[in-house]
Design a protein around this ligand. Sequence first.
Ligand SMILES: *[C@@H]1O[C@H](CO)[C@@H](O)[C@H](O)[C@H]1NC(C)=O
Ligand SMILES: *[C@@H]1O[C@H](CO)[C@@H](O)[C@H](O)[C@H]1NC(C)=O
Ligand SMILES: *[C@@H]1O[C@H](CO)[C@@H](O)[C@H](O)[C@H]1NC(C)=O
Ligand SMILES: *[C@@H]1O[C@H](CO)[C@@H](O)[C@H](O)[C@H]1NC(C)=O
Ligand SMILES: *[C@@H]1O[C@H](CO)[C@@H](O)[C@H](O)[C@H]1NC(C)=O
Ligand SMILES: *[C@@H]1O[C@H](CO)[C@@H](O)[C@H](O)[C@H]1NC(C)=O
Length: 644
Amino acid sequence: MAFIIFFFLSLLQLSSRFNSEPTQDKKALIAFISQTPHSYRLKWNVSDSVCNWVGVQCDSTNSSVYSLRLPGVDLVGRVPPDSIGRLTQLRILSLRSNALTGQVPSDFSNLKFLRSLYLQNNRFSGEFPLSLTRLTRLNRLVLSSNNFNGTIPFAINNLTRLTGLFLENNTFSGEIPSITIKLVNFDVSNNRLNGSIPESLSKFPASSFAGNLDLCGGPLQPCEQNFPAPAPSPESTVPSSLVHQKSKKLSTGAIIGIVVGCVAGALLLLLLVLFCLRKRKRRQPPKSPKPVATAARSVPTAEAGTSSSKDEITGGSMESERNKLVFLEGGIYNFDLEDLLRASAEVLGKGSVGTSYKAVLEEGTTVVVKRLKDVVVTKKEFEMQIEILGKIKHENVVPLRAFYFSKDEKLLVYDYITSGSLSALLHGSRGSGRTPLGWENRRRIALGTARGVACLHVSGKVVHGNIKSSNILLRGPDNDASVSDFGLNPLFGNGGPSNRIAGYRAPEVLETRKMTTFKSDVYSFGVLLLELLTGKAPNQASLGEDGIDLPRWVQSVVREEWTAEVFDAELMRFHNIEEEMVQLLQIAMTCVSVVPDQRPSMQEVVHLIEGMNRGETDDGLRQSSDDPSKGSEGESRTPPRSTP
Ligand SMILES: *[C@@H]1O[C@H](CO)[C@@H](O)[C@H](O)[C@H]1NC(C)=O
Ligand SMILES: *[C@@H]1O[C@H](CO)[C@@H](O)[C@H](O)[C@H]1NC(C)=O
Ligand SMILES: *[C@@H]1O[C@H](CO)[C@@H](O)[C@H](O)[C@H]1NC(C)=O
Ligand SMILES: *[C@@H]1O[C@H](CO)[C@@H](O)[C@H](O)[C@H]1NC(C)=O
Ligand SMILES: *[C@@H]1O[C@H](CO)[C@@H](O)[C@H](O)[C@H]1NC(C)=O
Ligand SMILES: *[C@@H]1O[C@H](CO)[C@@H](O)[C@H](O)[C@H]1NC(C)=O
């Protein structure tokens, strides 16, 4: 009884949860997005809950929008008034790296709970938005890399909780006001500021002030003696005679100041380096040297800042336009390089072309990032090849979503496929505790892989070049096979690094170190089939080490002995599959013919595998070979076909 009540209660809760969404906030967001051009990647489904929208986060009770993060989604134009300004419960707002122009709407002053505001890397203009000086809970304010002009207002002192203020790369002019709030990070570099640096800000490094019109004092060279000191506040103007006196008195102290400053600077630098090293260790790659360098500069920000400043540790430092993460058409993701660098990453594997990471982004998206090493082609060649690969869409091919190319770093972003690789499934944890990989599953994997590779060959005109069991990824409960790591060889010198992988290589590739071809793919696929059938891994070690040459080994066993000798012992528990296994083995053996011309094309291979079941059922081969319900693991299969 109690159970039933509980059940109904939870049902009630569920349904109320289902219905609850902040409708006012939703209207405000619709008002925003309907008036602002944006990338095709940003698709907000109006009939869905606003809390499920990309970039939107609700509070724990779904009664308001808590954070809005829309970095790098090609938002263009002015932020319409009476839109975002209505999200009164907003805590975090990130519109960075878009093409937003005009002034920051004055109704941003309604965002009175806002803690972090990231507007960097846009084309906002006009004077410092005074509406922002009303946001007294603001902890972090980043306006870097815009076209703001005018003076920096003294009213910044209103923001008593502010710890990070980033105004660099704008055209702010005039003098820096005396900012007395306790800032941890401060950057006004690359503006048109002049005058002397207020005492309260002199603890910040010279780089925070670099690239201005005419600044002096603080970490920079001391001001000329007759240089007026900064007005402590706009209200009180100090008589210039007093200033003169003051600076004269200071001149002896200035020397001490410089010495102390230098020592402090050196210490700071040392600290910084230590921080960077620590951070480097803690933060896993993927990271590209350049962003890391910029990130490292502001790492203390994140360390010293409050917990809410998890966002944007780079404090607005941005990659230049040409080094952006490039998304390929038809993608579903919404993140940028900075998100990627901030993601928690875990090494999935080190392969011949580079290291793969599983990256979990802040918003919860998981992707695979492949960090290529030893790429030799130019950026143009790289982009051309990636464009070809990005166009390939097939259910048995892992989609390539984005890439990044800089001098030091080449990254590829793929979908994350949940169930791991065929290699792990086939060779991982043999023995007790292992769920055997049944025949139906293996056959489906063989067929799926064949279709994937055939799609590469036929519609993509792309040689896979690196077919092996660790590049066959399995998806979902039915272990649908998807081929990954395809078409990368042209990016590397010397015929591609997969040339170094024994075991799967076709003999002609091995001998001549030539580029891989469609026919050498067929050979590798044949080896993969043998691996599926025998459960034995082909030699993957580099040359010289011994391992099984699967084709040769199978050939050495006389045909009559195949069943007993060749097939994986795990398959022996399934009955009535022998004929099919032998058929697949024969397909595999034609694939591994020594003479390339004797190998079938990948499409022919697909037909051969599909045809294996012909005659077993009446309703066509496609259903029968794809129907997962037909032969579930661990049971013997439905009635066998009679052996001819
Ligand atoms: C909030 O909305 C999301 C998305 O609709 C939903 O998954 C979640 O369960 C809701 N939470 C509450 C507390 O209503
Ligand atoms: C939008 O959301 C509704 C309800 O969640 C769903 O039925 C519909 O398929 C979605 N539309 C698109 C285009 O995703
Ligand atoms: C700031 O820029 C705007 C144009 O964006 C211009 O109209 C205005 O005069 C500038 N103000 C200052 C103080 O330079
Ligand atoms: C400073 O903040 C208060 C509210 O705390 C506000 O009334 C006042 O106008 C602000 N001053 C400026 C210059 O924004
Ligand atoms: C700073 O520059 C402005 C003009 O751009 C000038 O009026 C002002 O006197 C300068 N201040 C100092 C301290 O040089
Ligand atoms: C500011 O501009 C400089 C020089 O153009 C550039 O090196 C730096 O990365 C920029 N900073 C940001 C935060 O964009």
